[in-house]
Design a protein. Structure first.
Length: 91
């Protein structure tokens, strides 16, 4: 009796789904109307994500512009200092 219970439990453990098995059955039939609805929902989600990203970029637009302006000013000042020292040493 003990052996039989052990054998049944062992068989049951082997029937557990594998991690690579799909969670949703692929045998479901989807008609064209359902497929259109799914595509429409996916497109709406993409549009919402794009709009959210655009709003976030607009929110930080002034910060980006000021950071780029500061970097350009630093580069111009460094180049002018190098030019001034070059002029002083050779002319």
């Amino acid at each position: 009796m003990f052996f039989w219970n052990w054998y049944k439990n062992r068989k049951r453990k082997n029937k557990l789904p594998k991690a690579s098995a799909p969670l949703v059955s692929l045998n479901w039939k989807i008609d064209k109307e359902q497929q259109r609805l799914i595509e429409h929902i996916v497109e709406e989600q993409k549009i919402l994500v794009d709009e959210a990203r655009i709003q976030e970029l607009k929110k930080y637009r002034r910060t980006y512009i000021s950071a780029i302006s500061a970097i350009i000013l630093i580069l111009i000042s460094c180049l002018s200092l190098v030019g001034y020292y070059f002029y002083q040493t050779f002319f």
